[in-house]
Design a protein around this ligand. Structure first.
Ligand SMILES: Nc1ncnc2c1ncn2[C@@H]1O[C@H](COP(=O)(O)OP(=O)(O)O)[C@@H](O)[C@H]1O
Ligand SMILES: [Mg+2]
Length: 247
């Protein structure tokens, strides 16, 4: 369970302050696939990074399974973060490491035994159907394969939550569908809560139960995508759903 309560975040820059998030509250139940959608600059990445405190809110509360992350000391926070996976638009693989070593990397940081690491890497690569590429280096892989390695790296840590920041934005439509299918498998097959940040409603529609719309740092609307009569009210949500006029 992820509970964000009254999250505020302002960045100070040379040109003044930017209010990235304003009083954002949302509860995401366990096992959900939850989308955050909005235009560029809406605050989506900032909000996602608040879930594992890579970004610390100025005020508000972040509860994971009832535990207040902001109250933890840094050592405990690091341990909690190990159970919150993250994937990114640009994959963030280590170029000088093989696929196996990339997936093993966080496991060795967490000081797991060699045998356990081999086991977890094997299982994770199996889930993304890349067992036969374990010895390859990222440069030999396509974008979609790289993102599958990133998914394997995240799930090898047996996370409860997987945070996805525009995971398909660098991929062509066909590869996007493949990656979304794997994320669905992670969500429905492994029971991992998936939080998907995207600017593409199509992506959210493919895997999310629910989508929250962010605009200028504010949460304007939350919609159930399983509802066939879903009827967005805000101009932005209607635009993102492909209804009515542009914005
Ligand atoms: N580290 C930062 N320093 C200063 N401003 C930032 C920083 N990160 C994000 N911002 C600003 O905060 C706002 C929200 O950014 P972001 O969360 O990246 O939005 P999104 O992911 O929806 O595109 C934008 O105006 C962006 O320029
Ligand atoms: Mg972003």
């Amino acid at each position: 369970m992820i509970e964000l309560k009254g999250i505020n975040k302002t960045y100070q820059t040379a040109n003044g302050s930017i209010k990235a998030l304003e009083n954002v509250s949302v509860d995401i139940g366990p096992g959900k696939a939850w989308g955050f959608i909005g235009l560029s600059g809406a605050g989506k990445s900032t909000l996602l990074r608040c879930v594992n405190l890579l970004e610390r809110p100025d005020s508000g509360t972040v509860l994971i399974d009832g535990e207040d992350l902001m109250a933890l000391n840094s050592k405990t926070l690091l341990r909690r973060r190990q159970r919150i996976g993250m994937i990114f638009q640009h994959f963030n693989l280590l170029a000088n490491c093989s696929v196996f070593e990339n997936v093993a990397f966080p496991l060795s940081i967490a000081k797991l035994s060699k045998n356990r690491i081999r086991e977890l890497v094997g299982e994770s690569l199996d889930i993304v159907n890349l067992s036969d590429r374990a010895k390859d280096y990222p440069a030999k892989l396509s974008g979609g394969q790289k993102q599958r390695v990133a998914i394997a790296r995240a799930i090898a840590m047996e996370p409860k939550i997987l945070l996805c920041d525009e995971p398909t934005s660098a991929l062509d439509p066909q590869t996007t569908s493949v990656i979304l299918e794997y994320l669905k498998k992670v969500n429905q097959g492994l029971g991992i809560t998936v939080v998907l940040v995207t600017h593409e409603m199509e992506a959210a529609r493919k895997i999310c139960d629910t989508v929250s719309v962010l605009e200028h740092g504010r949460l304007v609307e939350t919609l159930s995508l399983s509802d066939p009569a879903v009827d967005p009210q805000s101009v932005l949500a209607r635009h993102l759903f492909g209804y009515g006029a542009g914005i």
